[in-house]
Design a binder for this molecule. Structure first.
Ligand SMILES: Nc1ncnc2c1ncn2[C@@H]1O[C@H](COP(=O)(O)OP(=O)(O)OP(=O)(O)O)[C@@H](O)[C@H]1O
Ligand code: NI
Length: 345
């Protein structure tokens, strides 16, 4: 049985459909990277795991099971228990996720309860300076604050840690150290990780499996090396192709010309169709059903047909003879598109 099971999850904000039938399975002890452009629904999915969605959000369809427990249908007490003992969360803004009015040591003690060894837990996140205990969150660097947040999230050795871009706000050097801390602690505790990220190379290095989101659905999932090395969905292929350069410059991913959709209701077909080099008529009108390609689960009408044609980097090569002049390559925009503002980190 999966530790986490997300089934056909539909989440609506007032006018936006953030998840449009998302599905995902995470096994005990496994690390799963969730990737996709801004607005694809990663944070909404991550928050839904603990039913930590903003007030405006509504679960319209589907369910989330954590160790078999239906998160959206649990009585308050059971939900609290699940959050406290079985789930951990780490977010992008570490200082904001700590209580600004309380010393770090006191916050840790509150989480650990009586008998909890505060120094031990700080040591595990490689914070050995006792001054940290007396500090207020705003006196810490981003990297230190994130380590404190990790110590708190991992204190109970949860079954699942949801990490929503935990290193995105940190310097690149600190980023690796903080990622190391998370993955090492999780491996020791047998904790599964759901790692929401824009950083494809990092996900490829660290995660067992990858789930690629587009338009509020998981359009491809499978073993990391398979998904990123031999993508089965045209969107994954485009994303994988664009990743190294984009990630290196800290640019938000913009793999193919055009914008990701902002849905107001169910997508009538494949949400990627307008940007897809391989789209045909039905892609715009029929929602693709999941198909299995090699070790991947894919939502694409053309996945079987494209099986041997998609590689990373892809060549959506024209069948006609090569033109004399090289085709213009659309430059990736340096500025983020206007709809990339963080609504939730
Ligand atoms: N509190 C909110 N109120 C209204 N709409 C929201 C809210 N949070 C997210 N949305 C919308 O839901 C969709 C999914 O957003 P979400 O934050 O889950 O995506 P994301 O993949 O995490 O993006 P990013 O990479 O920018 O963090 C987007 O269209 C977003 O604008
Ligand atoms: Ni997000």
């Amino acid at each position: 049985m999966s530790l986490l099971s997300v089934r056909n999850l539909v989440i609506d904000y007032a006018r936006t459909r953030a998840l449009d039938g998302a599905g995902l399975e995470v096994a005990q002890g496994e690390s799963v990277g969730v990737v996709g452009e801004s607005g694809s629904g990663k944070s909404t999915l991550g928050s839904a795991v603990g039913r930590l969605l903003p007030r405006a959000a509504r679960r319209t369809e589907g369910e989330v099971l954590v160790a078999g427990e239906p998160v959206f249908d649990l009585p308050a007490a059971r939900l609290r228990h699940l959050r406290r003992k079985h789930l951990g969360f780490v977010f992008q803004d570490p200082i904001g996720s700590l209580d600004p009015t309380m010393r770090v040591g006191d916050q840790l003690r509150l989480v650990l309860g009586r008998g909890g060894d505060v120094r031990f837990h700080l040591g595990r996140v490689r914070l050995d300076d006792p001054r940290v205990l007396r500090a207020y969150p705003h006196q810490l660097s981003g990297g230190m604050a994130q380590r404190v947040a990790i110590a708190m999230a991992m204190a109970t050795s949860p079954d699942l840690l949801v990490a929503d871009e935990p290193t995105a706000a940190l310097d690149s050097q600190v980023r690796e150290e903080v990622s190391d801390v998370i993955f090492t602690l999780a491996a020791e505790a047998g904790t599964s990780i759901l790692w929401l990220s824009h950083d494809l190379p990092a996900v490829a290095r660290r995660c067992d499996r990858v789930a690629v989101m587009y338009g509020g659905r998981v359009v491809e999932s499978g073993p990391a090396a398979q998904v990123l090395g031999h993508p089965a969905h045209p969107y994954t292929a485009a994303l994988a192709r664009s990743a190294p350069a984009a990630a290196a410059h800290g640019v938000r991913l913009e793999p193919v010309p055009g914008r990701p959709p902002v849905l107001t209701g169910p997508s009538p077909g494949c949400a990627f169709a307008p940007r897809c080099a391989f789209a045909e008529d039905r892609c715009a009108h029929e929602r693709p059903a999941p198909v299995r390609v090699r070790e991947q689960d894919v939502l694409c009408h053309k996945a079987i047909e494209l099986e041997d044609r998609l590689t990373a980097p892809i060549e959506p090569a024209p069948i006609e003879p090569a033109p004399i002049e090289p085709a213009p390559i659309e430059p990736a925009p340096i500025e983020p598109a206007p709809n990339t503002t963080e609504v939730t980190a």
